[in-house]
Design a binder for this molecule. Structure first.
Ligand SMILES: O=C(CO)COP(=O)(O)O
Length: 251
């Protein structure tokens, strides 16, 4: 199987008003060079339609940061997969550690969201990764693989070809403490091995991203690892210059 296309996914988290997001996307549209990497902007739900309009023709794709596990109906405050699809999103982050921590999302909820996204033709970026206590206990590989397996519960091989997995060690998120390239590769290889057990026909084509304090000066090294197919970037994704530098570093 050929190496999958490198994916640079930007997670803006709860930053940028619609006006700011639209202006940012317009500037990106004007400045994004031709690149082999795929760039996806995961923007706050309320900004998606403006960002979609401004990204049009840029080559960059659109993603959301969360999706409801439910189809439609009386779920106040939720955004459905059909809504995201209709606004032009192709990707959605599910199971980010911030949603697991602050919103109590369990693996079962994450798996339900991933299945709902796939049902609607959205690619879920399923996030997994250990906290500092688990890392210090040396349990990061079995912990993360167990989390992966239960976060993909019920995701059938027929639809799972679209999957993206992001390994984000919680201790490296927003802390400036980046996992080494070797740490990222260790987990990415373990994740691919676990995917091969469940999806032997296409696990090699599933993109496995690393996330946690990725910046212009470390992205190339991390993404050069054999099992790392891109990055999920938070803080360094907010500034256009830094995003353009990361795109350049991946070229
Ligand atoms: O959580 C992240 C991306 O989803 C990583 O955030 P930082 O890049 O700010 O560490």
């Amino acid at each position: 199987m050929s190496t999958p296309r490198t994916l640079l996914a930007l997670n803006w988290k709860m930053n940028k008003t619609p006006t700011e997001a639209g202006e940012w996307a317009k500037a990106l549209q004007e400045e994004l060079p031709q690149t082999d990497a795929e760039l996806v902007v995961c923007a706050p739900a309320v900004t998606l339609s403006l960002v979609a309009a401004h990204l049009y023709g840029s080559g960059a794709g659109l993603g959301a940061q969360d999706v409801s596990a439910h189809e439609s109906g009386a779920y106040t405050g939720e955004t459905s997969a059909a809504m995201l699809k209709d606004v032009g999103a192709a990707y959605v982050i599910v199971g980010h550690s911030e949603r697991r921590t602050y919103h109590g999302e369990t693996d079962a909820v994450v798996a339900a969201k991933a299945r709902k996204a796939l049902e609607h033709g959205l690619t879920p970026i399923v996030c997994v990764g250990e906290g500092l206590d688990v890392r210090e206990a040396g349990e990061h590989v079995p912990y993360t693989l167990a989390q992966l397996r239960s976060s993909l519960e019920g995701v059938q091989p027929g639809s799972a070809e679209q999957l993206v997995i992001a390994y984000e060690p919680v201790w490296a998120i927003g802390t400036g403490r980046t996992a080494t390239s070797a740490d990222a590769e260790e987990l990415a290889a373990a994740i691919r091995g676990a995917l091969r057990e469940v999806y032997p026909d296409f696990a090699d084509g599933v993109r496995v991203l690393y996330g946690g304090s990725v910046k212009p000066d470390n992205i190339a090294d991390i993404c050069a690892q054999p099992n790392v197919n891109g990055a999920l970037v938070g803080g360094a994704a907010l500034d256009l210059r830094s995003v353009l530098s990361m795109v350049e570093a991946l070229a």
